[in-house]
Design a protein around this ligand. Structure first.
Ligand SMILES: NC(=O)c1ccc[n+]([C@@H]2O[C@H](COP(=O)([O-])OP(=O)(O)OC[C@H]3O[C@@H](n4cnc5c(N)ncnc54)[C@H](OP(=O)(O)O)[C@@H]3O)[C@@H](O)[C@H]2O)c1
Length: 337
């Protein structure tokens, strides 16, 4: 048997395919099994990404070869399958948002703690060297005292009420789908200012537009952090925005043109722009693997070191993010955690 970490994938949708593609470039992991709600779903997936097929998620969890499970179902199913995976003794990488709300997220963390397995929320951008470099720039006070963080992640998907992005029963809406990144980034940067891994907001004010399917199609929020740091964030699934992060400090600013799907899915260059005068300094980051391969390798390294959580996305970090998302959703009429 290979000494690489053996992955089982739960769900066969868009991101499952992206992750399986990433695994092909991983140094440490390989796809062992795929679990779908249907035999055909597993077979179709395995046609492109050869692996043992399971016609149910339960069956995948009883596969002794599977060491780590990647959960890529719509958000409402994350809690059930993350908990069941942990109870089956599997390490867990669960897609973002970790759950539908704080309470569910807490149950997942409790299960991982009880079972002594690794658990990480799939914030892949946190595993990319670009994000690590950004944190370093903030810690080094490259732009002086940070005052404002602006983060946007919003796109306009085709209007299909059945799609998980717009379907309320499948956890649709922009706040959970992409607002989670903006909250996560703001908390990361505010934390870096005081040498912490993340910081919790003192206050969150939000507004949003609820569309015909009853989900938040686009939403904005203002956050106040300690150290006089403010954040403005925007997220949506029915609104095209320029998706970037700008951090304004007392002596300059930083622009991250591609903060989320960093460098695309394959190995690539990405850049951070630092403005201290009119001419920006360009910091180029090069990777030899794509974003999802880096994420899978990060998980495998943590597991190999006997860790149950990652310092890049710790359990408390995910719980804090979920708490903030609950507050934001609570502010947007009709969207209750
Ligand atoms: N980190 C990232 O870059 C990233 C990017 C996109 C999405 N995501 C996250 O990944 C998760 C999945 O997103 P996606 O875009 O891949 O979704 P998707 O294309 O709709 O696929 C979801 C898959 O989950 C399974 N599933 C289980 N219960 C389901 C249900 N009740 N209805 C529909 N499908 C169900 C299905 O697979 P089977 O039928 O085979 O069981 C389906 O193919 C979401 O939580 C999302 O936030 C993360």
């Amino acid at each position: 048997m290979s000494d690489k970490l053996q992955w089982g994938v739960i769900g066969t949708g868009r991101i499952a395919r992206t992750f399986a593609q990433g695994l092909r470039h991983s140094r440490t992991g390989e796809l062992a099994a795929i679990g779908s709600r249907s035999r055909q779903g597993a077979l179709d997936f395995a046609h492109d990404f050869p692996a043992t097929c399971h016609s149910s998620y339960e069956a995948l969890l009883t596969d002794p070869r599977v060491q780590a499970v990647y959960i890529s179902t719509p958000h409402p199913a994350h809690a059930e399958w993350a908990i069941r995976a942990a109870e089956a003794g599997k390490h867990v990488l669960c897609e973002k948002p970790l759950a539908m709300n704080f309470q569910e997220a807490q149950s997942i963390v409790d299960a991982a703690r009880r079972q002594g397995v690794f658990l990480m929320e799939g914030f892949m951008y946190r595993c990319h060297p670009q994000t690590l470099r950004l944190v370093e720039l903030i810690r080094q006070q490259t732009i002086g005292e940070v005052k404002l963080i602006r983060a946007t992640f919003s796109f306009c998907c085709a209007f299909n009420p059945q799609d998980r992005l717009l379907n309320a029963e499948l956890g649709g809406g922009g706040i959970l789908d992409v607002g989670c990144y903006c909250v996560s980034m703001a908390r990361l940067i505010a934390g870096a200012v005081s040498g912490k891994l993340f910081e919790e907001p003192l206050e969150i004010k939000g507004l949003g537009h609820i569309g015909a399917t009853g989900v938040d199609e686009y939403a904005v929020a203002s956050l106040k952090f300690p150290n006089a740091i403010l954040a403005q964030i925007a997220a949506g699934v029915q609104l095209d925005l320029e998706n970037n992060v700008r951090i304004v400090g007392s002596t300059g600013s930083i622009l991250v043109p591609s903060p989320w799907i960093v460098g695309g899915e394959a190995s690539a260059f990405s850049k951070i722009l630092v403005f201290k005068s009119h001419i920006p300094e360009e910091i180029v980051i090069e990777t030899d693997r794509g974003l999802y391969a880096l994420e899978a390798d990060h998980v495998a390294e943590q597991i190999a070191q006997g860790r149950t959580q990652s310092p890049l996305v710790s359990w408390d970090d995910s719980l804090g993010n979920m708490r903030a998302l609950d507050l934001w959703r609570g502010e947007v009429a009709g969207v209750l955690p």
